[in-house]
Design a binder for this molecule. Structure first.
Ligand SMILES: Nc1ncnc2c1ncn2[C@@H]1O[C@H](COP(=O)(O)OP(=O)(O)OP(=O)(O)O)[C@@H](O)[C@H]1O
Length: 574
């Protein structure tokens, strides 16, 4: 047979074992009810036609037949409800597991977010027909034909033999087409991923593309990928239609053969009407589950392709995390000892040692690409040093559970993320129980209160997706307010004020300095005016610490800091 479905997918089925088996059981009972209906119908027709009995004494039989119709409808409904419940539980479970995995991988898993989104939405959705249709059909395919054969053989062994030979031809043919269909499904899935990734890229960069006059080219590229996807889909459908046509042919041929043989024997009076009629009623039913299997066979193929992507996410290695809780403390003192870090062999941090004293503000400066953001990610515990260690009040950060560490700090990245919802919801993200006074206080400290006040709805105003209704500076101020609201003992700002004008930036930094809450602050900044306020400045170049000290100290000696300050001041005067 073609490639097997990942056994772990079957294990996922155990999440909803009860509903899944219930649905299969109801499907089986429903198929057997059809057999019962055929027996009753054959008896009724034979009695009326050959024993000339009127309908009156046969009313209980007619009522029985109608009852079986009703029972069958109820069974089908029940099977559908249980199958939907099972699928929902399996899909929800898988999506939750993938999300958990992506969270556990942290920022390392952010890169392929469009691919992950396609797999989580469309990929998981393709499992629906597999669990709801294909899987129950597999059980029907064994149980129903065997039950019919057991009934037909005693009635007429010739018909039984015809069905016995024709039946296995269908799964056999499906094996032959399986190889080809599987390759097509895999290709179709790859095209869908490509389409999803490209589409997201284009949507996010629509303004840039328009400005550079490339929007039309991108439309052409999307049209080409969509057309590739359409062609692969059509190829798959062609195979599906061809398969069903061949299967219909085998099934019809077998039924016709059974009918012709009965016809010949009935004409010569060698056979009774009742068994002949019953076998003729049962012969199409013999092929129904087999046909169903072929109709839903593509669901298996799609599930194999999706499972590959799903388990690629679930199998991705998770960086080793510490498990100890962070020792509670009033202040945090951080020490970096000989840190080195590389992205895929490219050294970004090299032999970096520095002390971030408790309650003090450290500003990190350096040329673009010097490794400042990477250092902040190491301090945040998003990345792990390849060599060296980070000590928090003497405790090795590598041993600390990430959640415990993250609870203790507040972080504002270069491009902070606002979520769809109100300003209040976004501010209270890390402090859901914050009251109005706290929201207002944090907003005021981040110089965000004035613009929030002027918005319709104030803290209830909607920010739009990713803060679409706000300016870059407003987003940064909200992100700062969100960080302040946490009242954290460690604050890490990565160019968090870069989109603000110099006056607002200075006011925010002054407000921070005035707080004197004993908070250890680590600020990455390009504008060196920020550094002037710091208790200490660290200067980085190509992943190394090249200078450290206060502004006055660093200005008093020749070196990269003084050069940077001089260059920035000269540029400001031009
Ligand atoms: N995810 C990544 N994968 C591979 N290389 C990366 C990744 N992130 C950053 N780098 C590389 O690491 C180096 C340091 O990047 P980093 O963002 O830490 O510098 P930076 O000093 O913060 O720069 P900037 O001031 O421009 O923000 C750069 O050469 C960058 O190309």
């Amino acid at each position: 047979m073609s490639e097997r479905i990942d056994p772990r997918l079957m294990r996922e089925g155990r999440r909803a074992r009860g509903a899944l088996y219930g649905s299969i059981a109801l499907g089986l009972i429903s198929a057997w009810v059809v057999i019962g209906q055929s027996v009753l119908l054959a008896k009724l027709v034979t009695t009326i036609s050959f024993h000339h009995i009127n309908l009156q004494p046969l009313m209980p039989w007619v009522a029985g037949l109608a009852g079986l119709f009703l029972v069958r409808a109820l069974l089908t409904y029940g099977a559908e409800v249980l199958a939907s419940r099972a699928c929902l539980a399996i899909k929800t479970g898988l999506r939750a597991a993938m999300l958990e995995k992506l969270f556990a991988r942290g920022p390392a898993g952010e890169a392929a977010s469009a691919e992950a989104a396609t797999t989580m939405l469309d990929g998981v959705e393709t499992l629906d027909p597999y669990f709801a249709r294909y899987l129950p059909q597999m059980y029907l395919c064994v149980a129903v034909p065997l039950a019919i054969l057991a009934l037909v053989f005693p009635l007429d062994w010739i018909s039984g033999l015809v069905l016995l030979v024709a039946g296995p031809l269908i799964p056999l043919f499906m094996v032959f087409v399986g190889y080809r269909a599987e390759a097509i499904n895999q290709r179709q899935w790859e095209k869908l991923l490509q389409l999803g990734t490209h589409f997201l890229d284009v949507l996010q960069g629509l303004t840039t593309l328009k400005l550079f006059g490339r929007a039309r080219d991108e439309i052409a590229i999307i049209a080409r990928i969509s057309d590739d996807y359409r062609r692969t889909t059509m190829e798959g459908l062609r195979i599906a239609f061809l398969t069903s046509a061949v299967l219909e042919f085998f099934a019809s041929l077998a039924i016709a053969l059974v009918a012709v043989m009965f016809g010949a024997r009935l004409i010569h009076g060698h056979f009774n009407f009742y068994p002949a009629f019953l076998v003729l009623l049962l012969a199409p039913e013999f092929f129904v589950p087999l046909r169903g299997l072929s109709v839903h066979y593509h669901a298996r193929m799609s599930a194999i392709a999706s499972a590959k992507q799903i388990f690629e996410i679930l199998d991705a290695p998770v960086p080793q995390h510490g498990t100890s809780p962070l020792a509670p403390a009033e202040q945090f003192d951080l020490l970096c000892e000989n840190l080195s870090f590389s992205y895929a062999g490219h050294n970004v941090i090299e032999n970096f040692s520095a002390h971030f004293p408790a309650g003090k503000t450290t500003v990190i400066v350096g040329t673009s690409g010097a490794g400042k953001t990477t250092l902040s990610r190491l301090l945040l515990g998003f990345l792990h040093p390849t060599v060296g260690r980070i000590l928090v009040n003497g405790q090795n950060l590598a041993d600390v559970a990430p959640e415990s560490w993250w609870r203790a700090l507040a972080w504002v990245p270069q491009m902070p993320r606002l979520f769809h919802g109100s300003i209040g919801d976004n501010l209270a993200l890390g402090q859901p129980q914050a009251d109005y006074a706290a929201l207002r206080g944090a907003a005021a400290r981040a110089h965000a209160y004035n613009f929030i006040k002027s918005m319709p709805g104030k803290f209830g105003a909607q920010v739009g997706e990713g803060g679409a209704n706000l300016s870059g500076g407003e987003i940064q101020r909200l992100a700062l307010a969100r960080a302040y609201l946490r009242e954290a003992k460690l604050l890490i700002l990565d160019e968090a004020t870069a989109s603000l004008d110099a006056t607002t930036e200075a006011a925010i930094l002054d407000a921070m300095a005035m707080m004197k809450t004993g908070c250890t602050a680590i600020i990455i900044a390009h504008r060196l005016a920020v550094a002037e306020r710091a208790d200490q400045i660290l200067v980085m170049e190509e992943g190394r610490l090249v200078q450290s000290g206060t502004h006055e100290h660093l200005m008093s000696e020749p070196g990269p800091y003084r050069t940077m300050v001089t260059t920035q001041r000269e540029a400001a005067y031009v």
